[in-house]
Design a protein around this ligand. Sequence first.
Ligand SMILES: CC(=O)N[C@H](C=O)[C@@H](O)[C@H](O)[C@H](O)COP(=O)(O)O
Ligand SMILES: C=C(OP(=O)(O)O)C(=O)O
Length: 372
Amino acid sequence: MLLNDIISGKVVDSVYIIAEIGQNHQGCVETAKKMIWEAKKAGCHCVKFQKSDLPAKFTRSALDREYISDHAWGKTYGEHKEYLEFSKDQYLQLQAHCKELNVDFTASAMDERSLEFLADLNVPFIKIGSGDANNFPLLKKAANLNLPLVISTGMQTMQTVERIVQTMRESGKEDFALMHCVSSYPTDPEDCSLQLISVLRRRFPNVAIGYSGHELGVVIIQAAVLLGAPIVERHFTPDKIQKGSDHRCSLEPQELKALTTAITNFKLSSVPMSPQEIVQKLNGGEELEAALQHVESKTILPCELPCRNKLGKSIVAARNLNKGYRLQLADMAIKVSEPSGLTAEDYLDLVGKELAGNIGEDEPILGSSIIN
Ligand SMILES: CC(=O)N[C@H](C=O)[C@@H](O)[C@H](O)[C@H](O)COP(=O)(O)O
Ligand SMILES: C=C(OP(=O)(O)O)C(=O)O
């Protein structure tokens, strides 16, 4: 598989292109099958979905909250997500369809149960989305599987990215890639911070650094390839104006085709190119220049805060816990919580800390929940 060659550092003459179907199938397996065919026809190497086990990814109150949005498929967020989730049988159908069409099939593992589910399906690699890039228990579990990992880094600081790489190394995991990503839908050109691809390439010279983009159009992602990204991912839709949070920043079939054609025509032996060379080659205007402006280091951008608040993971109680109890690893779970709690990356630091009050199962652990 091309992805394995890229991750293992072999010289390849193609970029691995992932069409992120995600939840743009509107909960319909037949639509998903048509989209797989369109993505293959457009020249993509892989189609990707999103797999969640709802009670494992979200707390009860996060699932029960009212979802007031033009993009809601249910009254509560849980009903909305349930509507968009495929069953095992449907996953098997989609996997078989991809096999027939000779296109790689995978999904992001949005929680530990989904990771097990995907490992069981024997997908060619596992994607860890930005919402779980600081979920170190999930990352460790994924690293212990015998499957390549593609890990996105939206909504994270450079320090967290360092810790991801350290976690992989400590687990003896060699076959993983990082994706530069900004979790804002759509991402404005000036927030795309494409030069972070070069920053990450310099910092982790032995790791493939790809790009998962949420901007409009196909020029910025071409620039990412010319900066040296050997793996790229974009959301894909049959029609941008459909209902659903991701359609607007997705590519329609003709845009996807334009992207794969442009990338296929790049001479990868002259990559990476400088920002100036890229602007010249792509005939770029102000937007491309904005996307390529100098960036020092990776931070959580203000434009990412809505996504982080909605889908970032918190530390919650895995069971009912009493005041005075000292936390152990097994007492904590990492979920999307409503309201949110301490962020997932603080998980290990909480071991041994004493609780200031009772905390019910699935309730967030806050700074004020512990006695320092
Ligand atoms: C961070 C993350 O997981 N982002 C994903 C990948 O890009 C998105 O596809 C979300 O699942 C989607 O935007 C959620 O939309 P809603 O909340 O309407 O189901
Ligand atoms: C959230 C995801 O991706 P990204 O963080 O790359 O947008 C995903 O793949 O589910």
